[in-house]
Design a protein around this ligand. Structure first.
Ligand code: COA
Length: 173
């Protein structure tokens, strides 16, 4: 898979009205992209975590959530929890391989650094493991998390930011 720079790709902070569409992107991304790495029951349980859209929106609203757009339409999103935890990263299957995730993660890494973080962590799905590995994230531990009645495996991965010193402040949010 080779990503290309898409000139229509842009980025903005999440707005409350985005939540239903982000829940759709979340579901489509897991259902179509993660199906090779997780069982049908695991995929179903994972998707159901967005059924309560109010709770899903509240969680994203409490984090620093950025949206990738193509020609103005949302195609993916990513969120930073606290200073150093990359929590959510989902790109719509119709938009993968075009640099949306790279753009979002580049921005969150810079924002984490501007918040004083010297490293950034993610609990990477098995599907996204190699995406993060390619970006310099190193595996720290293997975990299992519950979604409904299912157990799903992921890997905590970590990447040092900059020279370990807090960076310039950014103005997003
Ligand atoms: C992982 C994911 C976010 C990548 O999104 P994307 O927009 O396609 O990523 P990009 O286009 O920015 O890809 C950047 C690079 O990573 C590579 N890459 C992307 N996904 C990859 C994967 N699953 N495995 C290995 N490499 C991957 C691309 O080939 C590209 O490499 P290149 O620059 O050398 O061409 C997307 O596949 C996704 O939404 N997956 C399902 C949801 C998920 O598991 N989220 C993670 C929760 S922690």
């Amino acid at each position: 898979m080779t990503s290309r720079v898409n000139p229509s790709l842009s980025m903005r902070p999440m707005l409350p009205d985005d939540v239903p569409l982000l829940a759709e992107i979340f579901r489509a991304s897991i259902e179509e992209i993660c199906a090779e790495d997780y069982s049908d029951a695991q995929i179903e349980a994972w998707i159901e975590s967005a059924d309560d859209e109010a709770a899903f929106g509240k969680k994203l609203g409490e984090q620093l959530t950025l949206i990738a757009t193509m020609d103005g339409a949302p195609v993916g999103f990513a969120s930073l929890k606290g200073n150093e935890n990359l929590d959510m990263l989902y790109v719509h299957p119709a938009a993968i391989g075009q640099g949306a995730a790279s753009m979002l993660v580049d921005a969150l890494e810079r924002l984490a650094q501007s918040r004083g973080a010297t490293k950034i962590k993610v609990d990477a799905s098995d599907t996204a493991h190699d995406f993060f590995k390619k970006r310099g994230y190193a595996p720290q531990s293997r975990n299992t998390v519950t979604r409904g009645d299912e157990w799903l495996a992921n890997t905590t991965m970590e990447k040092p930011l900059g020279d370990g010193k807090p960076g310039e402040r950014e103005t997003l949010q």
